[in-house]
Design a protein around this ligand. Structure first.
Ligand code: AMP
Length: 213
């Protein structure tokens, strides 16, 4: 096994449900979910990094790549030190990173992307409504204002969406993001369970994986 983190990316527009799916997957033995936005949101707003995050996210902008990657590497490493994430046992489910081509290239050094789950949502206006509802529930400054949401979408369309072309089409799986979390989850699991089983043993029984058994 390569020493890079064996990874599946949850990919999609703001509001597509990456965080919802990631959180559920993270509850299943053998999967470890890490959301870049969530890590940023847990920062102390008064810290230097917290201030940088607030400055950019409240405008709907991406945090600069150097800051993001450094924070991501430190956080992921910390999870391994604490044995919360065990790279030899768990498939890493990343959400919210990479967000542009530069991040794709830097991340390649650390993460071996086995699959990209593209949560697709044909109706942009419906997604924008979803984001506004969520902002009210979760008190999120970045999605409370319509102009900020639209800026987030603009950046997604211009910088993030094009990175899909970077990955071989054989590893990109499209999943319709419209529907209940449980129904979307069924399609996500159908795609990623075989990846987990191919690369890892059974996390509960310890049985080896199917390819080495
Ligand atoms: P998210 O919850 O993934 O939508 O992220 C919320 C905010 O965190 C984004 O609007 C960005 O300001 C920041 N952020 C999250 N992930 C990244 C990333 N990979 N690169 C730069 N900024 C990010």
């Amino acid at each position: 096994m390569s020493s890079r983190y064996q990874t599946v990316l949850l990919f999609g527009a703001p509001g597509a449900g990456k965080g919802t799916q990631g959180k559920i997957l993270g509850q299943i033995p053998g999967f470890y979910h890490l959301s870049c936005g969530e890590v940023f949101r847990t920062l102390d707003i008064h810290s230097d990094l917290g201030q940088i995050f607030y400055e950019y996210s409240s405008r709907g902008e991406l945090v600069p790549d150097d800051v993001t990657i450094k924070m991501w590497c430190q956080n992921t490493h910390a999870q391994t030190v604490l044995s919360l994430y065990k790279p030899h046992d768990d498939l890493l489910i990343l959400d919210g990173i990479p967000r542009n081509l530069n991040q794709v290239k830097i991340l390649e050094e650390f993460a071996n992307v086995l699959m990209v789950i593209h949560l697709t949502c044909p109706d942009k206006e419906e997604m924008i409504k979803r984001l506004r509802r969520r902002a009210l529930k979760e008190n999120r400054a970045d999605d409370a204002r319509e102009d900020v949401i639209r800026r987030r979408w603009e950046i997604y369309e211009n910088e993030t969406f094009p990175i899909l072309d970077y990955y071989p089409s054989s590893i990109v799986k499209e999943v319709n993001a419209i529907g209940s979390p449980a129904s979307v989850l069924m399609s996500v699991l159908e795609a990623i369970v075989p990846v987990q089983e191919k690369h890892f043993g059974n996390p509960v029984s310890g049985e080896p994986n199917k390819t080495t058994a």
